[in-house]
Design a protein around this ligand. Structure first.
Ligand SMILES: Cc1ncc(COP(=O)(O)O)c(C=O)c1O
Length: 327
């Protein structure tokens, strides 16, 4: 990687804000496969007035939209006079905790051929704890000119290194206009020299970084296994994850009806009964009620075990109640 292709900003949030400022006009739209990280709405909308265009994939084994679904989302937006200018993907994903397989690269090709910018948010890139196939999008499918103009990557220190408070993120791009823009406007969300120096010292310590990244993966995997064993013990379905710190849990069987109102009621019940705070699928713009994002990395395994025990008891209690009332 050529360091001159890296633009530093105070977190990926700031990277996204400036990226949307640079690539879109107010009223333009950004395609995002759903479910997606809830804060993306604010990141593109609050200052730049870019509309999120969630794409709902029918394939719930992979949650990867087809080209036809992407086309339909573009057409739907066009009916409202919204032009899709960007495709935003998160890889590894939040809230799914999965990685896009190589087959998905055709989506990127689809976007670039339409002269859409593709931004891949890879803030969890070093938190991959399962099997990961390599996918070299740039070299295989696109010409170097197309990559330079349209394909960009975001990374940050908040997740893999748990350094959210340091506010450091970056954009990798070979697009000359974007690089120039960052030279000027990047100052509004710059990172202090002290912080950059401290991070440079840390990142140059290969022994520490290698140890840290491996240990982080090991702990994530342990916590993920603990969590998913609990789900399996009460026959709850979840999307198998291999990265990041999330698990996408299917609680449709506990809904009183298939509505977002019922999803909100269940979310509140779990919060009050178990003192466990999940993210409802509605907040991640997922179209079908009953799914929840479980974030399992902010606590030690002993606390996670307590949360799991409460959740599984809650599920069993709900099922018993349902059986009684239908008897
Ligand atoms: C996918 C994704 N992108 C960006 C962010 C925000 O990152 P930062 O703290 O660098 O602004 C988050 C935080 O949760 C995230 O999950």
């Amino acid at each position: 990687i050529d360091p001159s292709h890296i633009c530093i900003s105070s977190g990926v949030t700031a990277v996204l804000d400036l990226f949307f400022f640079a690539t879109c006009d107010p009223g333009d739209g950004c395609l995002i496969p759903a479910p997606y990280f809830p804060a993306f709405d604010n990141d593109m909308n609050i200052r730049n007035e870019v509309a999120p265009l969630p794409v709902q994939p029918k394939d719930t084994h992979t949650y990867i939209p087809t080209v036809a679904e992407m086309d339909a989302a573009v057409d739907e937006a066009a009916k409202r006079n919204v032009r899709a200018r960007v495709l935003l993907i998160t890889n590894p994903g939040n809230p799914l905790g999965t990685l896009y397989p190589e087959a998905t690269l055709k989506l990127l090709l689809w976007a670039v051929r339409r002269e859409m910018h593709v931004l891949s948010d890879e803030i969890y890139a070093n938190s991959k704890f399962g099997y990961v196939a390599q996918n070299a999008v740039e070299e295989k499918l696109l010409s170097p000119e197309m990559v330079a103009e349209f394909v960009h990557t975001a990374y940050g220190m908040s997740k893999d290194f748990g350094m959210n408070g340091f506010r450091v993120g970056c954009l990798h791009t070979k697009n000359g206009d974007l690089l120039n823009l960052w030279q000027n406007m990047g100052m509004f969300a710059a990172v202090s020299n002290d912080t950059q120096h401290a991070l440079a010292v840390m990142l140059q310590d290969d022994t520490f970084v290698d140890f840290y990244v491996e240990e982080n993966k090991r702990r994530l995997k342990n916590s993920y296994n603990l969590l998913t064993s609990a789900f399996t013990s009460v026959k709850l379905n979840y999307m198998p994850a291999c990265a990041a710190m999330f698990c996408w849990l299917d609680l449709r069987s506990l809904l009183t009806e298939c509505t977002f109102e019922a999803e909100r009621a269940l979310w509140k019940e779990i919060l009050e009964d178990c003192k466990v705070l999940l993210t409802p699928g509605e907040a991640c713009h997922y179209a079908e009620p009953g799914f929840f994002r479980v974030c399992y990395a902010s606590m030690p395994p002993e606390h996670l075990q307590v949360a799991c025990t409460r959740l599984t008891s809650f599920v069993e209690k709900k099922r018993r109640k349902r059986k009684l009332s239908s008897a």
